[in-house]
Design a protein around this ligand. Structure first.
Ligand code: G3P
Ligand code: MG
Length: 248
């Protein structure tokens, strides 16, 4: 289980300052002092796990169309940084292996969000876990999360020792039963839907709550006051500076 959780987790690396889900974004999160990063993982046509958020290439690369239309080699030709700023033109969509090796070298902890293309819930979890089993340093905190319950069930069955975060956008009526079934260690929620009562209800199950995506210090203070343990933020350095010295 997780012995510690941070107050701030770099969302897609440090998305405010670098192109999300790239090696540059991971380095930037570390430079800003983040101890944890969150990244999204999806499969290529040839079944390779890569770090990307959207189902399609259009927004964050020079490619077009669904991510699983391309093999890793073709995906690697695309520029995944210019859309953010021309100085990031050399950034590529990272293979999960590369991202894990960099995170390992930087001494960061990881929340890997299993973000399957529709219909690939099981295969994406299996492929991501195979890489992590091979490369993740023993003893370094790792949290696997997903909005997709079948992906969490694969993680539970294949590598039960690694904690799982149950990601909720708008909560289903049976969220507590699902959290129990997948053996969730954390409940990861959209901050916009929260009230003191919703956070209290999640915490009443004995699980810490993480909230996404909080880029405003005042909102982070409110979340912490309501009992949220940590927030995902696009700006880990800025938020850390704005919250410096304040008790949790
Ligand atoms: O894992 C927290 C957050 O990343 C979930 O939403 O859409 O940003 O992946 P999204
Ligand atoms: Mg995510």
């Amino acid at each position: 289980m997780l012995s510690t959780l941070p107050r701030l987790i770099g969302h897609r690396g440090a998305k405010e300052s670098a192109p999300e889900n790239t090696l540059a974004s991971i380095r930037e999160a570390a430079r800003q002092g983040a101890s944890w990063v969150e990244l999204d993982v999806m499969l290529t046509r040839d079944g390779r796990p890569v770090i990307i958020h959207d189902d399609t290439l259009d927004r964050t690369t020079t490619g077009r169309g669904p991510v699983p239309l391309l093999d890793l080699e073709a995906l690697r030709q695309l520029d995944a940084g210019s859309w953010f700023d021309p100085r990031f033109a050399d950034e590529r969509v990272p293979a999960l292996e590369e991202a894990v090796e960099l995170i390992r070298d930087l001494g960061l902890s990881l929340n890997l969000e299993i973000k399957p293309y529709p219909g690939q819930d099981v295969a994406t979890a299996e492929a991501a876990l195979a890489v992590l089993r091979r490369l993740w340093p023993a003893g370094r905190p790792l949290l696997l999360s997903s909005f997709e319950v079948p992906s969490l069930e694969v993680a539970r069955d294949l590598w039960p020792e690694i904690p799982r975060g149950y990601l909720i956008w708008k909560e289903p009526a049976d969220w507590a039963a699902i959290a129990d079934r997948v053996g969730a260690a954390t409940i990861n929620v959209n901050h916009e839907w929260q009230t003191p009562e919703t956070v209290a209800a999640y915490r009443a199950t004995g699980r810490p709550v993480l909230a996404y995506t909080v880029n405003d210090a005042e909102r982070a203070r409110t979340m912490f006051a309501w009992g949220v343990t940590g927030v995902f933020t696009d700006a880990p350095g800025r938020l850390a500076a704005e919250l410096a010295g304040e008790p949790n």
